[in-house]
Design a binder for this molecule. Sequence first.
Ligand code: F6R
Length: 618
Amino acid sequence: MCGIIGYVGQADSERPLEVAREALARLQYRGYDSAGVVVANSRGLHHVKKAGKLSVLEEALAATPLPPATAVIGHTRWATHGGPTDRNAHPHLSADGSVAVVHNGILENHQALREELASAGVEFLSETDTEVAAHLLARAYDGLGDLPEAMRAVARRLEGAFTLLAVAADNPHLVVGARRTSPLVVGLGEGENFLGSDVAAFVARTNRALELGEDQVVAITATGVMVTDFDGQAVEPREFTVDWDASAAVKGGFATFMEKEIHDQPQAVRDTLLGRMTPSGRMRLDELRVEESLLRSVDKIVVIACGTAAYAGHVAKYAIEHWCRIPVEVELAHEFRYRDPVVNAKMLVVAISQSGETMDTIMAIRHAREQGAKVLAVVNTMGSTIARESDAALYTHAGPEVAVASTKAFLAQITATYLLGLYLAQLRGTMFPDEVRSILRELEQMPAKVQRVIDGEAAIKALAVQMKDTSSVLFLGRHVGYPVAMEGALKLKELAYIHAEGFAAGELKHGPIALIDQGQAVFVVVPSPKGRDVLHDKVLSNIQEVRARGARTLVVAEEGDDAVAQHADTVFWVPQTPTLLAPLVAVVPLQIFACALATAKGLDVDQPRNLAKSVTVE
Ligand code: F6R
């Protein structure tokens, strides 16, 4: 985890610190248990670092302002080695104070390096793995006299995943970075340059960016960027334009990012759908660089993802199997990676990720590609590791998602996988063109339908406030309602710290019904009565079964479903929608409920305890 910013400008000013503070605020979703900055000017390095949220660092900076400078590196931390304390916060300085480093990732050989350095007389001030890099870099710099060269020498010795940024006391016009597996992108400014864990770090200042590859070292000055591999061979990085609107990364009048992002959802779906149909009414997915012949011939799709993204994959399974008649398996990336899966060139692996940096998913992608499978990423963050390392990327265009718990990315992921399913159906001829067009037209109506659910949020919020002392909530669904139930439970767990479980409604009688007691709250996602009647009726029976045993039934149902109201204590109506597309509306009341209940409990919905937005370690 951890967020990183680096910056070099032309002359001493307050700007480096301003850039770092703004970037750290945007990068907090990557970790927020401590933060720190070090600025460089002709008088050397000056740093402040503090355990706690960014506000604690801000207070420290107000109490002890840092001097004007030309360069800065900054860090927001999610602890892995050593607890969240002032000492363990980054930056870490070498013993002689000649260099400072910040780090994201895990140095797997840190113990051996620490012992080596300790036996050479180095005293360690922190319990972090990172500190070894600071001492090693100072020693290499002392010998080589060139910071990029020293960084390459250190990077070659490190094992594990890392992004390292460094600045030297005797050169305030240079910041050097190295990356292996952990993310780092370059922002190109006018007379200034940036390094960031992702483009959110600098999107307010420039939309020109450079992708960095595996095992590369980058050196930025105010006017130049030099990239090499770890052996010093020059590398030409690819430039790309960031199409995120910087204002999308601020709260826009909402009290929290989570509320804002729930309200962003119609736009996220709309943007993900944009430009996917040719004037002749055929679908196109321009960025899909997998050969059509492969897409025609694959005999299986395996979706790999984690958490909410995996639930989006479960929704995709129902749609893609139905439309394309290709078997689809959905597997948690970390389970897939380490169970010796059968992978071959006839299958397509679809990796879903908002951040594009989830280490479990990256490892699974690498494994699948090594075994000869093509990997198509459904990803939200441009220039991210998953986008780069996959054979093709289908972007979700949800914009930056800052709240740790995923909302708008989920809807965008579902939308993108529908597009993929329709595209495959068109290519493989499993649907007639007018069938594809008619579903695309239904999809185009989804933003307005999602908006209608959001417009009705007051009733959901009122219920959430009333239920703020609830200690357990169950969620039931069938068919596409099943992953929606699991996502509803996940939102409640992570935002409100309430025990919550999502079940397939059909599984109820095989065990979970034993949990039902007087007053137990049960959300039920009811399928459309017009879709598959049999499913609808079975879910109505499930509602009656739990109600007969004392449950309080909170039902998400389609407008006009007259049969449902008599079985429900409360109904949240959602607009009529074809069954396969219904998750886009059905999940929204569950997100609003979880967010409102957590808010009523006085919890921080943007940064729930123990979580980080990008899980960049396995
Ligand atoms: C839950 C949540 C997580 C992520 C998961 C994958 O609200 O946000 O479960 O969905 O960590 O993250 P990405 O999509 O970035 O790979």
